[in-house]
Design a protein around this ligand. Structure first.
Ligand code: MG
Length: 375
């Protein structure tokens, strides 16, 4: 299971600078976008656990009755929005005399860790103690620094990702979920890739076939993927096995990532108002239409006058067909032009744009985009 272990004050709700206590109703203020972000997190399969230090709760400095009213209202707001918590853990000990459970001790979250997917679980907090708690149990932390905190100790830097707030977190969580590592090794090729959907177009592609690297870079950039792909193939024979197996690897990685397709747009380039139904590249013009149908099919209406980058027209067709079949895409590729380089480039850019559109999701929608109920 993936967990978000979330601090309360300064993270879910604002923390008053004076007493640092939310001990009156008028002090209860939610952080911007926190409700939307938590709903998204639940939609993405994260379980939520609240973990908070409440210094001296129950002492004259912080009487019980001043705490529970605002806290219950907060929990009621979450409940009314369908946000549920696997646990709410409150340590009451003062900083001067900490209990064994007080953060940065990880004891409050320890019971969850046995079933936690640690690579996809996070601590979210505004204090160094939150980050330190993550460090002690091998988790990563999203840190929205409280302005009154000092410099983060250097041993915490490698596990820390700084965020400006919940809108940043909303952009990060899908990338954590829709990210995969894939490896495929045969007697002909050895391919390793990591693919992240909803990324920023960062690429590191080395297939040994320069023009294919160039095309995959364009594809990832226009699709909004982060893609690292290293392939070692039997190029001493020719490029066929490498080109084919890269398409297999990319297609299977995509298929594995997309999962149940809930909320998926499914179609690329279908909207009438779409501005990029066609992808021009100088004299070449490509039309790329995608349906994430679950059934692999490729319609190839491209008259490539010659090969490009040591890859024949037949092998380019084979690349797209293989990708379509392995990813479960219905893919229509039409292109006209004179220059083979431009034609292939237009196809890859157009495919990236179409896939970006098809793989968009309405995050709060759980409907499968098919009357059949599954793709
Ligand atoms: Mg805090």
């Amino acid at each position: 299971m993936r967990y978000l272990f979330i601090d309360r004050d300064g993270t879910l709700i604002e923390e008053p600078a004076d007493t640092e206590q939310i001990d009156r109703y008028e002090r209860l203020r939610l952080m911007p976008a926190v409700i939307s972000a938590l709903k998204l997190a639940q939609r993405l399969g994260f379980r939520l656990v609240m973990v908070t230090n409440q210094d001296g709760l129950g002492t004259p400095a912080f009487p019980e009755e001043t705490f529970w009213g605002p806290h219950r209202l907060l929990m009621h707001i979450f409940e009314s929005e369908g946000i549920t918590w696997d646990g709410v853990h409150i340590d009451r000990s003062p900083a001067a005399n900490p209990s064994p459970f007080r953060k940065p001790s990880p004891l409050m979250i320890l019971p969850y860790l046995a079933q936690a997917d640690r690579a996809r679980s996070l601590v979210i907090g505004d204090r160094i103690t939150d980050v330190e708690m993550a460090y002690r149990v091998g988790l990563r932390a999203l840190y929205m620094p409280n302005p009154r905190q000092g410099v983060l100790p250097s041993h915490l830097e490698p596990i820390t990702h700084r965020v400006n707030g919940w809108l940043d977190i909303m952009a990060l969580l899908p990338r954590m979920v829709f990210s995969t590592a894939y490896a495929r090794r045969t007697r002909e090729t050895d391919i390793q890739l990591t693919l992240t959907l909803y990324g920023t177009g960062q690429t590191d592609i080395q297939t040994g076939v320069g023009f294919l690297d160039h095309m995959l870079t364009l594809l990832a950039y226009h699709a909004g993927w982060d893609l690292r792909l290293h392939a070692q193939g039997d190029l001493e024979v020719d490029a066929h096995h490498t080109v084919e197996d890269v398409a297999i690897a990319l297609g299977e990685a995509l298929r594995g990532l997309l999962g149940d397709a809930a909320g998926l747009h499914r179609y690329g380039q279908w909207r009438l108002e779409s501005t990029h139904r066609y992808l021009p590249m100088d004299e070449a013009l490509a039309l790329v239409v995608v349906d994430y149908s679950g059934r692999g099919h490729c319609e190839w209406r491209v008259a490539l006058p010659e090969g490009v980058g040591d890859i024949s027209p037949a092998l380019w067709k084979h690349f797209f067909q293989t990708l379509a079949v392995r990813a479960g895409l219905t893919l229509h590729l039409w292109a006209n032009g004179e220059e083979a380089h431009h034609l292939v480039e237009a196809l890859f850019k157009g495919l990236g744009r179409a896939l970006r559109e098809a793989f968009q999701r309405d995050w709060l929608q759980t409907t499968i985009p098919s009357t059949k109920g599954r793709l």
